[in-house]
Ligand binder design. Structure first.
Ligand code: AMP
Length: 192
């Protein structure tokens, strides 16, 4: 089973994806994690990616589609969770084509709904908690980058909600509930 977790930054996609990895043996494909890895690679591509990400803007479709293509080639018995990808209509089309090439399908899209004020609060808290614990703080986890990330989401990613709705694949969960409550809602969709 292959699924997309869709939602704004701070909606809890990564947390829910980790749970699906441990509970269902799925493979999480987070383009954000892959790009953060590329940032530290010291390559020219890494430097360009870092600038764009730290501002809170989206990196090019070409780069992220390339990253996903490589991972899909490695295969997954338990299926893939796409976390933070696709983020544009071009990426959504590319994903459909890549899966079709492999004879695979997309089984569900889960939109995690959380209001903006909560999102900004969650991200600022995430940064404060990391700082207090002496852990690295994401360069884009600050209020200014977060506003840009939200704007990018509404301009470029939110149209995917209509796109997948039209394909009859869209499911919605209330992302404001407890982690366990959201887990249960997602499980109910996947087991349906
Ligand atoms: P995330 O960890 O998903 O919040 O992603 C962090 C940042 O990585 C985003 O703000 C973008 O700059 C970049 N990014 C991650 N995934 C994508 C994507 N699918 N398309 C474009 N940029 C992405």
């Amino acid at each position: 089973m292959n699924i997309i977790l869709l939602g704004p930054p701070g909606a809890g996609k990564g947390t829910q994806a980790s749970h699906l990895v441990s509970s269902r043996g799925m493979v999480q494909l987070s383009t954000g994690d892959m790009l953060r890895e590329a940032k530290t690679s010291g390559t020219e591509m890494g430097r360009r990616v870092a600038e764009v990400m730290d501002r809170g803007e989206l990196v090019t479709d070409e780069i992220v589609i390339g990253l996903i293509r490589e991972k899909l080639d490695q295969g997954s018995d338990g299926g893939f969770i796409f976390d933070g990808f696709p983020r544009t209509l071009a990426q959504a089309d590319a994903l459909g084509e890549l899966l079709a090439e492999k004879g695979e399908t997309l089984d569900a899209v889960i939109e995690m709904q959380v209001d903006d004020e909560t999102l900004v609060r969650r991200i600022v808290n995430r940064a404060e908690e990391a700082r207090a614990a002496g852990q690295p703080v994401r360069a884009d986890d600050n209020e200014e980058s977060m506003r840009i990330r939200l704007m990018e989401y509404y301009k470029k990613t939110a149209p995917l909600i209509g796109y997948y709705h039209a394909k009859g694949m869209l499911n919605r969960v209330d992302g404001l509930g407890s982690i366990e409550a959201v887990q249960a809602d997602i499980a109910a969709i996947l087991d349906n």
